[in-house]
Design a protein around this ligand. Sequence first.
Ligand code: GTP
Ligand code: SPV
Ligand code: MN
Length: 627
Amino acid sequence: MPQQTDSRHAPATFEPLLTWVDEIAQLAQPDRIEWCTGSREEFDRLCQQLVDAGTFVRLNPKKRPNSFLARSNPDDVARVESRTFICSDQESEAGPTNNWREPAAMKAKLQELMAGSMRGRTMYVVPFSMGPIGGPISQAGVQITDSPYAVVNMHIMTRVSDAVLDLIAEQKTFVPAIHTVGMPLVDEEGNRRADVAWPCNETKYICHFPKTREIWSYGSGYGGNALLGKKCFALRIASVMARDEGWLAEHMLILKLISPQNEEFHVAAAFPSACGKTNLAMLAPTLPGWRAETLGDDIAWMRPGPDGKLRAINPEAGFFGVAPGTGPDTNSVATKMIERDTIFTNVALTPDGDVWWEGLTAKPPAQLIDWRGNYWTPESQTPAAHPNARFTVAAANCPTIASDWESPEGVAIDAILFGGRRATNVPLVTEAHDWPHGVFMGATVSSEQTAAAEGTVGQLRRDPFAMLPFCGYNMADYWAHWLHMGEILGENAPKIFTVNWFRRGADGRFLWPGFAENSRVLAWIARRTRQQDEAGSWISPLGLHPDVATDARNDAGLDVSGLELDSENLEELFAIKPELWHHETEQIATYFEQFGDKLPRALGEQLTALRERISGEHSSRFGASMS
Ligand code: GTP
Ligand code: SPV
Ligand code: MN
């Protein structure tokens, strides 16, 4: 049975937690309070409740056992960056790339909005841990929410447990995270209205208070707006904690790569939203003898370990992955992973109670119910699944999950990758000369926008470290923190690379086959992390690139044997056009200007050095060296 308690009968003992729950309950005025325990019984009961309420469709148990489909309100389908705020005391602490609000004024506004916002609903109190409960890199949080959809997703994405309450009592600290969909069922006069399948509010606020490490989210039920352990806590708040405490909270996948000689390499990679982290995290290498295992697909918390190496954990417990484009040919591991025990949001429903989305099969089913709940056929002019449709599934369900993925101490990172979606200019892979050069590469990543947030899909924007929407403080200070971490790590610092799977030819098609074939690039990177000399590589103004080996004999370079890429294609993949790069450096200079004197001097120096290397190339033609 649910624990129908008020906070006086709460299972928690930490007074500030009880006071906070009381305060929010008095403000939001829910009908009842339920303290969540994270049990299987709780999960099943809430899923059934969501089915009864019409939020969930239970999928055909023969086709997708223990799985559900939710369709959101069509206006609540992605993160809302324009409604995401960093409420630091000073605007300069949030910096030019964040939306800032004065904390007291924002708090007052939120209190006004949240007054009575849970009337007629249950207020769930969800204790959760980011990272293994009690681990040295882990952190505890409590989410208050009036969305049972958020609760069951939190069950999968984080470690929800009443054991966290004991930990909070012991550690005397937690991150308070308040969430409401902002749609009370009872008005001020006491009139009750019927609920809808996806309650939300037109008005949305996703607010972060770095000083008090609080999160307040109003009006949305979707993804990172509502599952507050993810972007709000594990990135925006945690990036501030990390700065203060000497670690890193990053928008990165974590992958274990195992060579034919059984050497293990760990790679952390930052790509912007919907730019291939889940795909790379679940890589099925095509290179003979190489294997890959998954540790995380979205967030990495990293700190120098007792051995001086940078140790990473995945603070999450599940994957909230993009469904469209996920299929047997692009991500066979994920396709297998979501065969059962999965919550799907905004995908299409088949007549036999299964799900479908663009990219799952080459040929769409003859008829579907689309993500809006409308009848759909292949002749329809709109996609069957929303481009940001997602699956929620436990990491334990991943066929390639690494046996040590829950190791509280984390794994030692050998290489850090930065990447984005760049149709032009950016080569397939580049190694940085050293840590400050790598930080410069991360700081200047740009990428074509995707459907993961509101905005114009395809529009190029700077997305430094893939953290543009997720950094809880001034981006220039964040770069300074990265430079500082490099000094602390010294000789133990991982090597840094940029990759770009998305370069296109003049005819518009991708020049690189991508997906599983990215293992070829990773194999070169892995070898580079143990290599002292530069055999198998060539240097451009941008950094170090692999020689391209069209036969497998040259095993120091990039093995492209069997790919059937002609030499023109390969050359284009690595082409660096001095005039275009001259233009890029101009844009970087303009971009850096907005940070004023907060811009770390080392990054200005990197830009100057890059400009000099580029202009040195103006006279000589540059191309990939083929072997
Ligand atoms: P978030 O969960 O939003 O942080 O995204 P993500 O970085 O995990 O993105 P994901 O792996 O889900 O990739 C999203 C899209 O990128 C899908 O449409 C994929 O098909 C596409 N994609 C991934 N890897 C590659 C690749 O190597 N080449 C090409 N061309 N597309 C890719
Ligand atoms: C992203 O947008 O980077 C995501 C999805 O991983 S969400 O959790 O909605 O932020
Ligand atoms: Mn993400």
